[in-house]
Ligand binder design. Structure first.
Ligand code: C2E
Ligand code: MG
Ligand code: MG
Length: 658
């Protein structure tokens, strides 16, 4: 026991750097320790210090012993130490850990982690504190350096800048030159191996930050590339094309060179896609992309805008006419048939061309104009290119207006039905009347269906329109039930778009309409085109089957014009084939058309289908069809489509022969 120590009057602790306990053990334990150690009185004065602590504090032992620990603590951290002591007594664990700074007499700062343990006397009262100090100045500096490097990586510093900073950091922290730092970072085993373990760990940490930054920047590059690329074909996408057009427009020297945009859309690709299946369709699109790439210069940008739509940006043209040469090259590139699954596939495209040489044009305008020109190319027969003309804009505005008008006409049911008889070519008796929709437009006059059915199909308006047509046609047919007197009368045929068939609830709608009408279902024929069979997922076929279950008949309209094979005639039972008008009009002049007609008549008779020849306009056509054995026909020669009132007028006269 050390003597001469003053006991605290109330709690047995000592004050002013005194302690009753024997501290001689400290000299043995503390002297050779690598970490700082001290015995501190319960009121915070050093009683014993070791050599390592003296080095940290920058003071010899004689200057430290007897001093308050607060004296060497950085002024800003003193409150931490002051708070620590009561906590050591209070929390029951008798242990405490904190991080604080020493301020040395020479002004340098040392960061330490201090751990204290309260030692109690025999009576359990606080006797003194045993403190250990670890110098973490270097460790903290390294952490800070790493954190800063990490932040720079997050701030998207370039890979080179980041590597240079990493080299600098390692060289400063390890006190080595930049070459050694670079070698260590470059994972040179011989350089790394000679470093102390702590330093090796630090170098690895720096390298981890660098690796993560590089990996992230590579991933970001890839994302950027993907965002600008069409994933199917690897061509540019719309975003990249727009960017390139922007650049080309700002670079163009006014009056000197032209920037040209070509918009290309494959003709009827949807059908090809539906019949081949999507995987082959995709492969075809990739082939198309390859061919198109071969048709332009490497400096031109070729993009896929989606679906079967492509666009090409050509710059540096001396005259706008040169863009037409590019259009011709693109069309020519598609001429040779493609091959898919061992089959030759013929593809063509419609191309819209536009060029500009002023900076006043915007990218959006150029693309829109090329698009309008492409639309004109489609409308004027496909497989061609059309150069943009300002009148196209007016036409497009007209189409928009038409769509608006159509929308309100559909909601008001502002249509009329005309009826064209399908007659027995021998007896002249009416087999059916085909309902053909007409749109009496307030300013355009009577709009024929071919001018608005495609628009109605595109917009989905054909669904409500088709419902109106079916209900009206049946209504008319019901109103004519007494026309034929005792005669069994004629059936009614209604055209149905593929778009309607695919609509959920269509079959139910037909069933209800037929029931409401009270007509025998077999007197109702629904006319669909061959395109219903170009359907991968069989939705249409299922709808057709359900319709036949209702008892209505199914006719294949415009037979012979579709992109199809005959195999569906085996798979699905049809009631009527309507031979397309084009064959009938070619009957007399073309041996091929005669052959096709003969073959279709034969086919129909073998499959026991009813056959209707469409578009009979001359007596000669009629005679020939009769000779070939065709029983039914439809055409201007017999009757033009007529309003319902004419049916009421004409039919009874026919029946009675008046
Ligand atoms: P479609 O179903 O093949 O109807 C026959 C078309 O040929 C009718 O044209 C008819 O007027 C015309 N036509 C009939 N005989 C002759 C002839 O001897 N010579 C010529 N040159 N043409 C003749 P329309 O009424 O203009 O209808 C055209 C097409 O519009 C129809 O072809 C049909 O596909 C579609 N369509 C008509 N009404 C409807 C409808 O209510 N719904 C749907 N989805 N499509 C309809
Ligand atoms: Mg028809
Ligand atoms: Mg037809």
């Amino acid at each position: 026991m050390t003597t001469g120590l003053t006991a605290h009057p109330s709690d047995g602790t000592t004050s002013s750097g005194e302690c009753r306990e024997d501290l001689s053990w400290f000299d043995v334990a503390g002297d050779n320790a690598a970490i700082g150690m001290a015995v501190v009185s319960v009121d915070g004065h050093y009683l014993r210090v070791n050599e390592a602590l003296c080095r940290m504090a920058g003071l010899p032992a004689r200057d430290l012993v007897g001093r308050s620990t607060l004296d060497i603590t950085h002024p800003e951290d003193r409150h931490l130490s002051a708070r620590a002591y009561p906590e050591v007594y209070a929390d029951g664990s008798d242990c405490h850990r904190m991080e604080k700074r020493f301020l040395r007499p020479d002004g340098t700062i040392v960061q330490v982690i201090r751990t204290t343990k309260l030692v109690r006397d025999g009576a359990g009262l606080p006797a003194y504190l045993f403190a250990q100090y670890v110098d973490v100045t270097q460790r903290n500096a390294r952490f800070a350096g790493l954190a800063e490097l990490g932040q720079r990586a997050l701030d998207h510093a370039t890979t080179e800048a980041l590597s240079a900073e990493a080299r600098g950091l390692v060289s400063t922290m390890l006190g080595v030159n930049e070459d050694i730092a670079a070698g260590a970072l470059g994972a040179k085993p011989d350089v790394l191996a000679v470093l102390p373990i702590d330093d090796q760990g630090f170098v690895r940490s720096v390298r981890n930050v660098l690796d993560a930054a590089h990996a992230r920047s590579r991933a970001e590059d890839e994302t950027r590339r993907m965002a600008m690329q069409d994933s199917l074909t690897g061509l540019a996408n719309r975003a990249l094309l727009s960017q390139r057009i922007d650049q080309a427009l700002t670079k163009v020297s006014p009056g000197r060179e032209y920037v040209c945009v070509l918009m290309l859309d494959l003709d009827g690709f949807k059908r090809v896609n539906d019949s081949l299946g999507h995987a082959r369709g995709d492969a075809l699109l990739r082939d198309v992309a390859q061919r198109l790439m071969g048709a332009v210069r490497p400096t031109d940008t070729i993009a896929r805008l989606g679906g079967d739509e492509f666009a090409v940006l050509v710059t540096g043209l001396a005259a706008p006419e040169e863009s037409e040469v590019v259009a011709q090259r693109l069309l020519a590139a598609l001429k040779t048939p493609f091959s898919s699954g061992g089959r030759a596939v013929h593809l063509s495209a419609s191309v819209g061309v536009t060029s500009a040489r002023t900076r006043s044009v915007t990218t959006a305008n150029l693309l829109a104009d090329a698009d309008l020109a492409m639309y004109e190319a489609k409308m004027s027969g496909k497989g061609r290119y059309v150069v943009f003309a300002p009148t196209f804009r007016k036409a497009a505005a007209g189409r928009l207006a038409l769509e608006e008008d159509l929308r309100s006409a559909v909601s008001e049911g502002a249509f009329e039905l005309h009826f064209q008889p399908i007659v027995d070519l021998v007896t002249g008796k009416w087999s059916h009347v085909e309902a053909l929709v007409r749109w009496p437009h307030p300013t355009r006059g009577m709009v024929p269906p071919l001018d608005f059915i495609p628009l109605a199909e595109d917009t989905g308006l054909v669904v409500p329109l088709g419902q109106w047509v079916l209900e009206k046609a049946l209504e008319h047919r019901v109103s004519w039930s007494s026309l034929g007197g005792d005669d069994t009368g004629f059936g009614v045929a209604v055209n149905v778009s593929v778009r309607q068939l695919a609509e959920p609830g269509f079959v139910e709608f037909v069933r209800a309409a037929v029931e409401r009408s009270g007509l025998p279902p077999s007197s109702i024929t629904l006319e669909v085109t061959e395109s219903v069979f170009m359907d991968d997922n069989q939705t249409n076929i299922k709808a057709l089957e359900a319709l036949r279950e209702i008892g209505v008949r199914i006719a294949l309209d415009d037979f012979g014009t579709g992109y199809s094979s005959l195999s569906y005639l085996r798979r699905f039972r049809i009631d009527v084939l309507k031979l397309d008008r084009s064959f009938v009009s070619g009957l007399l002049g073309s041996a091929q058309d005669r052959a096709v007609t003969r073959a279709v008549i034969d086919l129909a008779s073998h499959l026991e289908l009813e056959l209707v020849a469409e578009g009979i306009e001359t007596q000669e056509q009629l005679e020939l069809l009769r000779q070939l054995g065709c029983r039914l026909g439809q055409g201007y020669l017999m009757h033009r489509p007529m309003p319902a009132a004419s049916v009421v007028e004409i039919y009874p006269r026919l029946i009675t022969g008046l």
